[in-house]
Design a protein around this ligand. Sequence first.
Ligand SMILES: [Zn+2]
Length: 190
Amino acid sequence: MGRLAFQYGTVHAFKSEDAMLLKNKFLKYHLPIKVMVPIITHQEDVSHYDYLISRDENIYLTIKRQFPNLKLLVIDDGHLLSEVQVDQLLQVAIHLNIAVICYGLRTDFRTAGFPGARRLLELAQVLIPVTTYCACGKKALFSVRKEHGKITFSGDQLLKGKDVSYEAVCPTCYYRKLIQYKKLKQSGRM
Ligand SMILES: [Zn+2]
């Protein structure tokens, strides 16, 4: 039986280069591997991925029909999968005997779990936290969103755009920034 693993963290915890390094290692030993990403990814360049997963795609059926001989399936931005798709990945591990590694964020910029990440935390047999650090030096746990360089705590869970960026922060800094934001809003300066 293959295993489903979830490597989770904040923004900047993962680099797509990690997935590519893994891929090159596997290919060196002629082991079949595919690296995939949900099509709704924020990444602009997706040319290095082997496959883009559609929103309502049944991943189990895709793997069974198109890539049944895989040894390792790597999913980047796993938090962007639907809950149902995460269930399908477990089926890939169990029934197709393929190891599955998902990289992804645990929570969004408001500390709420992404549906895909929540399901991965529930189902994955292997959970691997990836450490990142806040600017203050403590371990980061959350991500804050910046629009045009200013921190914001409002907006949709998924937001694309070149003016949008994210920063990994520790819980202390997160709530300090949240209080500052609320004060600025109350004072009408935002
Ligand atoms: Zn901090």
